[in-house]
Design a protein around this ligand. Structure first.
Ligand code: MG
Ligand code: MG
Length: 257
């Protein structure tokens, strides 16, 4: 069942989503060759708790940490550990918070040091595909319109759209109905209505769409071991134009310094 939200509830989700954006900006300050992914996780957990919230992923389904940190060929759900980021890596950082009973959930993929141009383009175009999808996230459109836009945009570059992992509704629960695939057909699927809040999160591979789960039971990586990018925003369905509840503004302020 789809949980429709009141404006007041949407405000609370926005507060939680903004805290995720601020947390990712704190993490962005530390991303450089030599930093251990577990160090990023610790900073994020402290920042979230210092702001009166709780990490949304820690303990969710047994996930052990605050951040999902996925490097290069890892798509999503990477577990922070002693691995050091190195020059030329890309790193997807996915963060969730619970604030005032509502989840925020947003992700950004960062370049570490000097990254080759082909991979930088993958990051740029995956982020662009997220905004293409968001343009369709308006009252009267359908879930398939969002997926179609994302898929149509990235496949022109020969990229693979991950099928097995999808976006989702968001609210008092991290994963609510409906599912939001990053592929689809125009005019199909659930009709979008005001009061719906969706996490839209394209996971786009430089190579094929095929993925596999590592033996740790969490980490998802590409089968061909080519890099994968992931960007995620939380949006409220409105008439005419989606309201983006999360933000990359704080992150990009750090990156542009
Ligand atoms: Mg996420
Ligand atoms: Mg999500």
């Amino acid at each position: 069942m789809i949980q429709y939200k009141t404006d007041k509830e949407i405000c609370l989700i926005k507060e939680s989503s903004l805290l995720v954006g601020k947390t990712l900006a704190e993490v962005a300050k530390l991303i450089r060759p030599g930093v251990k992914t577990i160090e990023l996780d610790k900073v994020a957990e402290k920042f979230i708790r210092d702001h009166g919230a709780v990490p949304g992923f820690k303990g969710y389904g047994g996930f052990p940490n605050t951040l999902c940190i996925s490097v290069n060929e890892q798509v999503v759900h990477g577990i922070p550990d002693k691995r050091e980021l190195k020059d030329g890596d890309i790193v997807s950082i996915d963060c969730g918070t619970i604030l005032n009973g509502f989840y925020g959930d947003s992700a950004y993929t960062f370049a570490v040091g000097e990254v080759d141009n082909e991979t930088l383009l993958l990051l740029e175009r995956t982020k662009e595909s997220l905004y293409k999808g968001i343009e369709m996230a308006v009252s009267g459109k359908r879930i398939g319109d969002i997926g179609f836009e994302i898929q149509n945009y990235v496949e022109q570059f020969g990229y693979g759209v991950v099928r097995d992992l999808v976006g989702h509704g968001l609210g008092r629960n991290l994963h609510e109905k409906p599912e939001v695939p990053n592929y689809g057909k125009r005019g199909t699927g659930v009709k979008l209505k005001e009061g719906m809040v969706l996490a839209i999160e394209p996971m786009i591979n430089l190579g094929t769409k095929d993925i596999i789960q590592e033996k740790d039971g969490w980490t998802i990586r590409t089968v061909d071991r080519k890099p994968s990018a992931h960007f995620e925003h939380d949006v409220a369905i409105r008439k005419g134009k989606a309201e983006i509840l999360s933000t990359f503004e704080y992150i990009e302020e750090v990156l542009n310094k």
